[in-house]
Design a protein around this ligand. Structure first.
Ligand code: AMP
Ligand code: ZN
Ligand code: FE
Ligand code: FE
Length: 276
């Protein structure tokens, strides 16, 4: 079984539509693919239709922006009830604040470089959760940077004077809310240091106490030593270990299936979900 539980579509900052993502997953030889757009379930229905057509299993999920030790972190919420009122309200509030934050970042950048909010709007697919990758695309279109990677390494980096944070709920509360919505919470790329500061093992242990199911150790942004550290930590805390690509289409070099989750791990995760 080839299982990749973390990928993005045009419902957030990926470049494949949900249906294209599923077809690309089938073409990459995957048996199971997760659609985990940022703070939205908007891509689920189209992805599910495509998954039925091509005969692969779709794992509906959301990558939820949270805070832990004051650091921005991501939780994958797999198999949640998409109609859960608490989570829906959280997602809507975060999406709204992501727009405010993107506009503020454009305002700061525009003081130094030609860039308008319309430039950014031109890069955002209809209904998508707004993120820094859309700002990156506008900077590329303006010729200020060569690609998303250069934008993230410079103007959009958390250490940049143009960077603004967005609203994000506390991780432990989100872990509990995901469980309450019948879903399975997995901490995405816990040690992705190229994105900024990373959290302590003690903070991850507190999330385990709150109900976290797994750590995503095999992620493109983790080096071998970080993966080993997370495997040992997961064993100590009684957590499962997942692997995934965090595919974003042409927006990042990540290839579908470049990291995988073992079949037994996926079965154990799915068994924890409260299916409708
Ligand atoms: P945001 O959620 O708006 O803060 O933006 C974070 C998103 O940008 C995440 O989904 C990452 O996958 C994406 N991202 C982070 N670093 C890079 C990079 N170097 N190139 C392209 N996308 C990136
Ligand atoms: Zn993303
Ligand atoms: Fe992420
Ligand atoms: Fe992601």
């Amino acid at each position: 079984m080839r299982i990749d539980l973390h990928a993005h579509s045009t419902a957030s900052d990926g470049t494949d539509t949900p249906a294209e993502l599923v077809r690309a997953a089938a073409a990459a030889g995957l048996d199971v693919v997760g659609i985990t757009d940022h703070d939205t379930t908007a891509g689920w229905d189209d992805a599910a239709g495509a998954a039925r057509d091509v005969g692969i299993e779709l794992v509906p999920g959301v990558e939820i922006s949270c805070r832990l030790e004051g650091i921005s972190v991501h939780l994958l919420a797999l198999l949640i009830d998409p109609d859960d009122p608490g989570l829906r309200a959280e997602f809507a509030a975060t999406r709204d604040d992501r727009v405010r934050r993107a506009r503020r970042m454009v305002g700061l950048i525009a003081a130094d470089l030609p860039l308008t909010w319309d430039d950014v709007l031109a890069q955002i697919p209809a209904g998508a959760t707004v993120g820094r990758p859309h700002l990156a695309d506008a900077l590329v279109a303006r010729g200020h940077v060569a690609d998303r990677d250069e934008a993230f390494a410079t103007l959009l980096h958390p250490g940049s004077r143009y960077h603004v944070g967005h609203r994000a709920p506390e991780s432990a509360a989100v872990v509990r809310a995901v469980r309450a919505a019948g879903g399975v919470p997995v901490m995405a790329h816990p040690l992705a240091a190229r994105r900024g500061r990373v959290v302590s093992d003690a903070a991850i242990a507190r999330l385990a106490d709150a109900g976290l199911a797994a750590l995503e150790a095999d992620h493109p942004d983790h080096r071998p030593a970080e993966r080993e550290h997370l495997r040992a930590l997961a064993a100590r805390l009684g957590l499962l270990v997942t692997g995934a690509s965090d595919y974003h289409g042409t927006g990042r070099p990540n290839r579908l299936g470049e990291n995988l989750t073992p079949g037994a791990t996926w079965q154990a995760l799915a068994a924890q979900a409260r299916r409708p």
